[in-house]
Structures are given as C-alpha cells and as structure tokens.
Design a protein around this ligand. Structure first.
Ligand code: GLA
Ligand code: ZN
Length: 677
C-alpha cells in the first residue's frame, strides 16, 4: 500500500492559479487550457485577504465560492491557501501595530507582502479568523487536497510588540535573570541585567554592527530562535483553526529550502507534510538542487514532500531571468520526484497583466493560447505523469549516509566573530554533499537531534554548536561501528554559544582522538597543502594545528610553521571510526576521501552510471524506482545491471542491456522484488 501525503491519486500536477485577478469570462478558457496541459491540482486563494475581508466587520466569499465551484466542476483538486501572507491596507491603517519594523528600526508602511508582525495580536486574531471562516465554509468540498497556510513565511520583525514578546519568551527559556546572565555571558562588556525590562532586542540600534555581526552572540542567537518560533506560532494558530472544521485535511505551508531565518527542522514537526518552492538559477549544479530536495525531505522526517512551486520557464526576480532550456523543466521536475516529491507544481498557471510578476513564467502565457514552447513542454510532462499514475507515490529514500545540517548551528557559526569572515556553513556542507552526490551515493540530510542508528556513515561539517546529547549520540553511533566525519571548528560551543573549555574540539575530543591547539585563518589568496592518498591537495580558509591523542594522521601540512603536523585524521573508537578534516580543501579531495570511506563502509552508489548522470532511488517494500537523470547536453548509454521497466518509455530491459538517455532525458526503472515463499 502507498501512503498519500495529500488528497491525490497520482503525482499531483498544477500550481498557483489566480482567477480573481481576471474577468470571469476568461475562466472557462483557462480551464480548457489547463485540462489540455493535464493539470489536476490548483493552488487557490494565495493573496486574497483584501478581497475576502473588505473591512473589519465584513467578509465576502462570493467570488471564491465561484472559483471553488469552477475548480470542482472541472475535476480539479484544490490546494487551498488561507491568504494571510499579505494583510489588507485598511488593517494597516487602522492598526499600525501589525506593520513590521526592520533591523534598522524603521517601521514599515503598508506595501509588498509578508509584512505582518508575527507578534501582533491583531494580525494573529484576524489571520486565524479568516482561516477558520475558510475552513467552515469549504469543509464539504471533497476535492481539497491540502491547506496551504499563508505563503513562504519569512523575514524578521524588530518592533515593540516583538520586544515585549521576546522578554516573555526569555522568561520561559531561562526562568531567572541569573540564568539568562550566565547563558548570555553578560559579564562581558558590562551587560548584566537586573530587570527583565532592561532587555532590548538586538538590532542595528543595539547589539548589531551589521545584519550578520553582533557584539552579543547569545542575545542575537536567541532572537533568531525567538523570531522563527514567533512566525511558527502564527502557522500553528492557523493550523489549529482549519483543523477545527477539517481534521482530515492535511496542512502545509510552502518552505524555501535552506532559508536561514526559519528553523525548518523545528517547523517540520508541526506540519502534516512538507512542501517547498524550488527556484534554482540555470547556473546551479544538479548537486545544489538535489541538496535542497534532500534537506526538505529531512525536515519532513524522510517522508515524501510536495514540490509546491517552480517556474515552468523563468523567474522575474533574478538579475538575469534566463529561460529554462528545452527539457530542463521536465528534467528538474523528475529530479524533484526522484528525491521524494509526490507532486510537480508550478508558480504560476497564468501570467498576470500588472505588477512585479507579470513576466514570471507561467503555463498560460500573455499570448493566451496553447501554441507556445512552454505550454507544449508542460502538457507533455503532464501526459507522462498521468501515465505513471500512482506508481512511485509514497516510496522513500533508503540512504545509508547522512549529512548533518542544523539551523541553530548555522546561525551560531555565522554570528561568530572569527576565525574567518569567509566561513560559510552552507558552502562547507555542500562540499561534502556534492562529493557524495557526484558519486551517486544516496544521502539523507538530518538535524543534530535526529536518530543516527540507521546510518553507516554520518558527516557533520562544522559541527560548531554541539547541543546537549549530540556528542553522546555520536559517541554511541561510532562505538557501535558507525563512521563519523567532522571538520575544523567543531565541538566548540554549547547551545548558548558558550565555549566548552578544556581544549578543542570540546565534547567531540575523545571521539576524534585529537586536541586542536590553534586555528590559523588564511586570507583567500593564501594556501597550504597536504598529501592524501598520494595526491597533493590544497588547504585553505582555516588550518587547525592539532595534536594526536589516539588518532592517526592520514595527511600532514606541507608548509608554514606547522608543516608536518596532522591535518586529516582517523580515530578508531569502539568498533567504528571518526575522521577529522582540519581545513577546507578542494573537490578532488572530498571525492577521494568520501570514496575511500564509502568503500570501506560498503556504501554503494544508487547505480553505476557515466559522468553527468544522476542516479537516485526511491524504495518501497517490493518496488525500487531507479531514476536516471541526464544533466548533460549529450546522449548517454547506461549499462543496466538489473531487470527493470522504464515507467516513462514503457520499455522493459534485461540485465546487461544498454539504456540510451538523450540529452536532459530521464528514465524511471521499476525493479520488483520477487515475493519470498
Ligand atoms: C515565491 C512565491 C510566489 C511567487 C514566486 C515567484 O515562491 O511563493 O508567490 O512570488 O515566488 O518566483
Ligand atoms: Zn514585530
């Protein structure tokens, strides 16, 4: 049996549709076109608050009633949004407290979107009320696939409401001022607080030198947590509101991949399923896109997710809005499915005539007919997805390797003054991810709090903030035979960004069998070198100077006063091993190191394929779906090792046969295990 993440019988296909921006006479023609493109799911009502509530007392649902009827009459499923991503102008005028204040301390006026203070009681009251009214009104529509709360929650607010709410949040976290003063290390620069009311929020008028630079890491870190929690609270309030009437309908909100301000790993726990918006640029590598899918799947605890938005052709908000080349929309759609999406959704169904998104790609162009390249590509993919039907749905990844990516750790690393301004967490994580991805090693992206026991290999690039319990879990994982890899600047601080004293890497020291005495930061043009496996690789950014405490050196620096001291180490710990990479190196090194580790740990690629082909697996009890995605401009021949049927070409292959993939082509091979007797 397969598990549905939302109301679907096949891979859902559709996206944002805004008929309220168009005369009603055009709606029937839209339906004809969308049907022709095999669209079956419409995300409706994303930005209609001002239309649904013309004033404080009045609500008006007549138009939405018609739109809901239109969708139902045409057999469309609906992903129904609550419209609370942009508040009405009258509300901002009447209740200025709902407007946000930015990090400069400037209070915003009405305008743009995602502009409401998450701690405004007025915003919370009216957003919840609207969500509840929508659920009450449309509860009997059996074609609602899911609730889509607000839209791309994000940003920060630094207003007075937030400052007051921050103090309450802090009281709940620390209980006493004594504990808060300890956690924030306020004895530094005479910051001791004697009254909760003395605490102000950290912005450019108080602790911050710039958005990313703060004099008080503890305070700024807590403000990030608080801001993410405050916005999550808005989501949760609307979640509860719609559940009152429609307990069976799953609820989501569209996330944005590695979006720094919101701790999605915490958010995921409160969402019925994860959905996200994928907007790579044409320059992004297949690995970069894959990483974000894997990250989002991890946020949803490994279950399938929904690709809620992608453009069918181009964006409007990039500096250069390049078109997706022919075949790329299809390829990237299948890539999303390969990594766990049970839907392919677009922004948007129809290009608007005015405002900033009028040149954003859409299924229905300003030309208004089906005779466009983009429409044809959308319709062709739609036909394929229809043919694939309910296959694939509900299947999951079976990765034996995990990479840790943790939001609180991210915040802490990049607030840190030192060792290097060029130290960027996501870059480092991507280096390890890309090395695995380019070798088609399946990867789950997990948080610090996740279970490690189901993996053979866990990689935690820059595990700077080692939260309580994390070192114990890693210790248990390695001592029971797991392989662990971490890097420079790991194990340094606790959850309050307070250094664990006694020598770096703090709580990870015994597991790694090393002591890091000093960290050298190199300017960007300066490099050191080391030899690993007979090859010379560069060392840059930061260079740890360390002593072995049980570990063996796998490589040593070649230059500078620390030449001949270890840079890459391995420690046998229990029945497992722990590797430490004390610097930033280059692609070739990461590929080699991880290939060595994978072969020692018997971690296999999803398939053996030529370069430029991405191979990804989704599995279920009896079926395995092997996705082969050709990201290159050339035709590729792939030698198959198993019997399987390509769900797209509907062709069956025997082991030893070659499969030919055209440029940008995809094959999805279904392998069936024979039933055991
Ligand atoms: C985001 C939003 C959409 C739209 C697109 C444009 O993902 O959710 O409303 O603005 O970007 O790319
Ligand atoms: Zn605020």
């Amino acid at each position: 049996m397969w598990e549905k993440i939302w109301n679907q019988e096949k891979i859902a296909y559709g996206g944002d549709y805004n008929p309220e921006q168009w005369p009603e006479e055009t709606w029937e023609e839209d339906m004809r076109l969308l049907k022709l493109a095999h669209i079956d799911t419409l995300t409706l009502n994303v930005f209609s608050w001002a239309a649904l509530q013309p004033s404080e007392e009045e609500y008006s649902f007549e138009k939405l009633d018609k739109i809901m009827k239109l969708a139902k009459d045409h057999g469309m499923k609906v992903c129904l949004a609550t419209s609370t991503g942009a508040h009405p102008a009258w509300m901002a005028r009447k209740y200025p407290e709902i407007l946000r204040t930015d990090i400069h301390g400037i209070k915003r006026k009405f305008g743009a979107r995602h502009n409401s203070c998450p701690n405004s009681l007025v915003y919370r009251k009216y957003s919840v009320k609207l969500a509840e009214k929508l659920a009450e009104r449309y509860q009997d529509f059996d074609n609602i696939a899911a609730w889509h709360i607000s839209n791309e929650y994000g940003g920060e607010c630094y207003c007075e409401n937030c400052e007051k709410a921050f103090r309450i949040w802090l009281k709940n976290r620390y209980h006493t001022l004594e504990e808060l003063n300890r956690a924030w290390n306020t004895s530094f620069w005479g910051h001791t607080f004697y009254d909760w009311e003395e605490i102000v929020l950290p912005d450019l008028r108080s602790e911050h030198m710039s958005e990313e630079e703060t004099a008080a890491q503890g305070i700024s870190l807590d403000y990030r947590r608080f801001n993410s929690d405050s916005i999550l609270e808005c989501f949760r309030l609307e979640y509860e509101a719609v559940k009152k009437y429609t307990p069976e309908i799953p609820v989501t909100t569209n996330l944005m991949g590695a979006y720094k301000p919101l701790d999605y790993q915490k958010w995921g726990k409160y969402m019925d399923f994860v959905s996200w918006d994928n907007y790579p640029s044409n320059e992004d590598s297949a690995s970069q896109i894959a990483f974000h899918h894997d990250l989002m799947r991890g946020v949803g605890d490994g279950r399938p997710f929904v690709l809620m938005e992608q453009t069918p052709s181009q964006q409007n908000w990039q500096p250069f809005n390049a078109l997706k080349r022919p075949g790329v929309m299809r390829l990237w759609s299948y890539q999303a499915v390969a990594h766990g999406s049970d839907a392919v959704m677009f922004f948007q169904m129809k290009r608007s005539v005015g405002s900033c998104e009028k040149y954003h790609g859409a299924v229905i162009d300003h030309a208004g007919h089906e005779h466009t390249r983009v429409f044809r590509e959308v319709a062709e993919l739609g036909a394929e997805l229809e043919q694939i039907g309910r296959e694939i749905l509900g299947s999951v990844s079976a990765a034996e390797t995990a990479i840790m990516f943790d939001w609180e750790n991210w915040w802490a690393i990049e607030y840190s003054a030192g060792p290097s301004v060029s130290l960027k967490y996501k870059d480092e994580v991507l280096k390890y991810y890309e090395a695995l991805h380019s070798q088609n090693i399946p990867v789950d992206v997990i948080g610090e709090g996740d279970d490690l026991s189901r993996y053979k290999l866990v990689i935690a690039p820059i595990l700077y903030m080692t939260k309580p319990g994390v070192d114990e879990r890693i210790r248990a994982f390695v001592s029971q035979g797991g392989t662990f890899v971490t890097t420079y600047f790991s194990g340094y601080v606790d959850e309050n960004d307070l250094v664990v004293i006694g020598g770096y890497p703090g709580r990870l020291r015994d597991i790694l069998g090393i002591w890091v005495e000093e960290i050298d930061a190199l300017p960007e043009h300066k490099k050191n070198e080391f030899i690993y496996g007979g090859q010379t690789f560069e060392a840059g950014l930061v260079c740890d100077i360390m002593h072995l405490e049980g570990a063996e050196a796998l490589a040593e620096y070649q230059e500078d006063f620390y030449a001949k001291t270890p840079v890459v180490t391995r420690n046998c710990f229990g029945t497992g091993s722990a590797y430490y990479v004390g610097t930033r190196s280059e692609k070739g090194f990461y590929q080699k190191l991880l290939a060595d580790i994978c072969s020692q740990s018997q971690i296999m690629p999803a398939a053996k394929v030529p370069e430029g082909i991405e191979a990804v697996k989704r599995v279920r009890e009896r079926e395995t779906y092997l996705f082969l995605l050709n990201h290159t401009e050339e035709e590729k021949e792939i030698l198959l090792s198993e019997h399987g049927t390509d769900l797209i070409a509907q062709k069956t292959y025997q082991p030893g046969e070659n499969l030919t993939l055209p440029p940008k082509g995809t094959a999805i091979l279904r392998h069936r295990k024979s039933v055991e007797k």
